[in-house]
Write a protein that binds this ligand. Structure first.
Ligand code: ADP
Length: 487
């Protein structure tokens, strides 16, 4: 009676199991088949019992099946393994199988019991997890998870690369190791939002690396929930955008520079139209008077001189404009010859002195003649620009000094005046095209391109041009022509 109850209880357990529980003899003939076996394999107990176990084993796994039967015969107790099984409709699926010996009352092994489980879902989720893990590992972004106390619970390779800390150095530590002190409050706000179940999308902020550098990052933080939907932490994706921020900064600077150039150009257009209009008006009026004088038979030489000087002004301006466009289009060609700089300076100074009564132009040169290889006309143009600026911008002064020296890197010419000087905020800009310093622009005429052209000419010679000046304390303009052009 007892035995019968036991049997009923056992068979109830077997039949209510979710796993297929099957027994077979050593010839592989199925002896018992529970309900779950029917559900999993599709064969009813009637169809399966008495049939060979191969009805559920794909042909390529028959050898494997034979080998473990042998192991059980040889005395092995239990064996679990993952394999593939076949359903009635021929489809196959991954299965976890445990085989054990069935013994009679005399402990003789008389058959084999098989417990089989369909692990398709388990495999799928393992694969998914594996795939997710490899995505996380191969990501260039830092993917970090932390609990609601801000303790780091995972740290991928991207995070190692961006922040410099290894996973061992961070897991179990507070997330604050990568947060600059000034941003700690922001982090507390993020955690509070996460605890409410909100996501924090793409905020741009600052984080700290192991070596103390501050980097710009774009961060997205999402809540992590357990299987009951309770929020247990946050996952954070951080992207290093330092380079992007740098590029944006450069872009902004570039835009500002372009706007500035555009402003200079507008000023320049206004000034040029004025500069062109005045001499044209003078020349036109003079020619009109000349015309009447020629008609009346009396010609006044002063009228002709006035016209010539104004036409000169026009022609200088037009040449300067042409030079600017040559420089802009990369067509400033140099005609290099060997010439005597000492003599050239003597001529220029003498000519300038004739046109200048206010200042005495003093020329200081070393005893020996300086021969250089350069474009003589262009160097002359630079020197005239430097000297005429010195004269123009020092109306109350008595002298202008021109000095040459031979230095290690090249021949240096300095033009020093005692004039209005240049305010500190303008000193870097005087070599920009169309730039005119505020004070100078309102009092003195000029196109604001002379120094730009001069510095470009010197640059084309491989040299440099610079200035030292303070407001109201005069200016010293320098050019250096390198030795590779000097003989
Ligand atoms: P321009 O003299 O036609 O304005 P430049 O390009 O020669 O053009 O000079 C640019 C600006 O540099 C001038 O407008 C002036 O503000 C400043 N500058 C040039 N030379 C001197 C100088 N010797 N002293 C003071 N300011 C100067």
């Amino acid at each position: 009676m007892n035995n019968l109850t036991d049997f009923a209880r056992l068979s109830a357990i077997v039949n209510s199991s979710d796993d297929a529980i099957i027994s077979k003899d050593f010839d592989g003939i199925i002896k018992t088949w529970n309900n779950a076996a029917t559900t999993i394999f599709g064969f009813s107990a009637r169809e399966a019992v008495g049939n060979h176990i191969y009805i559920i084993v794909p042909p390529e796994f028959e050898e494997e099946e034979k080998s473990y039967i042998q192991e059980i015969k040889d005395g092995s107790h239990v064996k679990s393994y993952e394999t593939v099984r076949k359903r009635k409709d021929g489809s196959t699926f991954p299965a976890s199988v445990t085989v054990s010996p069935i013994r009679n009352a005399e402990t003789q092994v008389i058959g084999i019991s098989i417990i089989a489980r369909d692990i398709t879902e388990q495999k799928r989720s393992e694969e998914n997890n594996g795939r997710l893990a490899s995505i996380i590992e191969s990501s260039d972004d830092a993917i970090i998870s932390k609990n609601l106390n801000g303790i780091i619970t995972s740290w991928n390779t991207g995070a190692e690369k961006i922040f410099g800390f290894s996973a061992e150095e961070t897991i179990g530590k507070s997330i604050s190791i990568i947060i600059p002190t000034v941003k700690l409050e922001e982090e507390a706000g993020i955690i509070a939002k996460i605890a409410e179940g909100e996501k924090v999308d793409h905020i741009e902020t600052i984080r700290k690396t192991k070596d103390g550098r501050e980097i710009n990052v774009s961060v997205t933080v999402s809540p992590v929930k357990d299987s009951n939907g309770k929020i247990i932490g946050a996952s954070k994706i951080a992207r290093d955008i330092t380079q992007k921020v740098e590029i944006e900064k450069e872009r902004q600077l570039y835009i500002k520079k372009l706007q500035q150039l555009n402003d200079y150009k507008d000023d320049f257009m206004m000034m040029t139209s004025h500069e062109l209009r005045t001499p044209v008006t003078v020349v036109k009026a003079s020619l009109q008077i000349l015309y009447e004088m020629v008609n009346d038979g009396e010609v006044d030489i002063r009228m002709v001189e006035k016209s010539l000087s104004n036409v000169d002004k026009l022609s200088t301006l037009i040449h300067e404009l042409l030079d600017v466009s040559k420089i802009q289009s990369g067509k400033l060609d140099l005609d290099i010859t060997t010439f005597n700089l000492t003599r050239l300076l003597e001529e220029i100074v003498a000519d300038m002195q004739l046109a200048t009564s206010q200042q005495q132009i003093i020329l200081k040169q070393p005893g020996k003649l300086l021969e250089i290889r350069a474009d003589m006309e262009r160097i002359k143009q630079v020197l005239i620009n430097m000297l005429s600026n010195a004269v123009k911008y020092s109306p109350g002064a008595n002298e202008v000094i021109v000095e040459t020296a031979v230095k290690e890197n090249g021949v240096i010419v300095k033009v020093k005046d005692y004039g209005i000087g240049i305010p500190a905020e303008d000193i870097d800009k005087v070599f920009e095209r169309f730039y005119r310093s505020g004070g100078a622009a309102s009092t003195f005429s000029g196109a604001g391109v002379g120094l730009y052209i001069s510095s470009e000419i010197i640059r084309h010679h491989g040299g440099r041009m610079w200035v030292q000046s303070k407001q109201d304390q005069g200016s010293e303009f320098y050019i250096e022509i390198p030795h590779k052009f000097a003989v």
